[in-house]
Design a protein around this ligand. Structure first.
Ligand code: NAD
Ligand code: MG
Length: 382
């Protein structure tokens, strides 16, 4: 059966890799909608190539440009937040949620409500509204299948029928570009150095998150919702080769692992085709050539966010939203050369301590808290 697919964030690193997976399996998928924020040229050329029914451009000022680029085709064009929500709700079998940041929350929720399964790359959504999303998914009888490589790995080896037999989840981390940089040098690192991830080629925000290890902190929260476990059951281990994408340790002492090359097409293909597997062009892992796999304890002094995240989770949803929102603002500021690398974590810490709100019960309340924390974090930056 041909699957109807929409891609939220089609022009980004995950979006483009998703289309690469589709290229190899064109008869399996029918593209419904594609969305992007600013890159209207790429979005329109993708829409023409894959004969999408609709596009949504987040930045409304680019609507006219999209009209010009798609003139002569019958592709529907929408724009702004409403356009993104419409694109997400088109009656899809599956929606790839690959917008970066909390901006992906409303469209992803719309996709869940429409009854589509979700291939979830956007971890920030779960961090900010995990309980609301998981509840809505179960109400709508849809699956949330993780695309994030670690969670995708766990999804492949987790015994969902016997969760009480799981002892712990072992989340692997590459350690990022500053794994071997001394703590004293961290304040001097540049944006260019921080963007240069040793193993993965990704969008700017997640690359900086990997450098601060905030990405792993967000992933602990992500795993709590996806696998319904307490954070104490999640251990982080540094694995610089990024070959073991994560592990599940069972009560009898067995540890199951999922291995593969560092190529996001692998988890993307798994999520899109679940519960089947189909062939991809991903290079096969040659373990004999690999020869060495190493594992280390994380450096909690150099990367304090790995400890901070445990308190954040214990303090609940409001702190999780604040943790994410302050990080989004601080990463933007670092990418615009307004703050130092080490200021990112300071700003998160200071901002989160100032937030106060009742626990949110709706997505609008989540977004209100997000707005509040952004103002607080901006205050610390200026
Ligand atoms: P990216 O920056 O390369 O792409 C982001 C996409 O979102 C683009 O299409 C962009 O147009 C769109 N977008 C940006 N801001 C938007 C807004 N305000 N409204 C609507 N659309 C907007 O990012 P990416 O690396 O592809 O990451 C996407 C998500 O996937 C992130 O949540 C990231 O944490 C997660 N993820 C990415 C990777 C990876 O390998 N890149 C791996 C695991 C998880
Ligand atoms: Mg990951």
């Amino acid at each position: 059966m041909v699957k109807k697919l929409s891609i939220l964030g089609a022009t980004g690193s995950i979006g483009v890799n998703t289309l690469n997976v589709i290229d190899y399996n064109q008869s399996e998928f029918e593209i419904q909608a594609l969305t992007a924020q600013n890159n209207v040229e790429l979005l329109c050329s993708q829409a023409l190539k894959y004969q999408a029914k609709m596009i949504a451009i987040g930045n409304e000022s680019l609507y006219k440009k999209a009209k010009e680029l798609l003139s002569g085709s019958d592709i529907k064009i929408t724009a702004g937040d409403e356009g993104l929500v419409e694109a997400a709700s088109l009656g899809n079998d599956i929606v790839m949620s690959a917008i970066v940041g909390i901006a992906g929350l409303k469209p992803t929720m719309a996709a869940i409500k429409s009854g589509a399964n979700i291939a979830l790359a956007n971890k920030e959504c779960l961090v900010c509204a995990g309980n609301l999303m998981v509840n809505k998914a179960s109400e709508s009888d849809v699956k949330i299948i993780p695309v994030d490589s670690e969670h995708n790995a766990i999804y492949q080896i987790y015994d969902f029928d016997n969760p009480n037999q799981v002892d712990k989840i072992i989340l692997t981390a590459s350690g990022g570009p500053f794994r071997t940089t001394s703590i004293d040098q961290l304040q001097f690192v540049t944006k260019e150095q921080a963007l240069l991830h040793p193993k993965w080629n990704m969008g700017a925000k997640i690359s900086i998150d990997s450098a601060t290890m905030m990405n792993k902190a967000l992933e602990v929260i992500e795993a709590c919702y996806l696998f319904d476990v307490h954070h104490q059951k999640i251990e982080i281990i540094v694995h610089p080769e990024s070959i073991v994408h994560s592990m599940v340790s069972y009560i009898d002492g067995s540890i199951l692992a999922q291995l593969g090359t560092t190529n996001m097409c692998n988890p993307i293909s798994y999520a899109l085709n679940w519960p089947r597997r189909i062939a991809t062009t991903v290079p096969k892992l040659d373990l004999a050539k690999q020869s060495k796999l190493s594992f280390f304890e994380p450096d909690y002094i150099k990367f304090p966010v790995l400890k901070m995240v445990r308190d954040i989770i214990d303090n609940g949803m409001v702190h999780q939203i604040a943790f994410n929102g302050a990080n989004e603002i601080a990463v933007d500021a670092f990418l615009s050369n307004k703050i130092k690398f080490t200021d990112i974590i300071k700003i998160i810490d200071q901002s989160v301590s100032k937030i106060s709100a009742p626990p949110p019960t709706t997505i609008d309340e989540v977004l209100m808290i997000d707005k509040q924390i952004r103002e607080i974090a901006l205050h610390y930056i200026t």
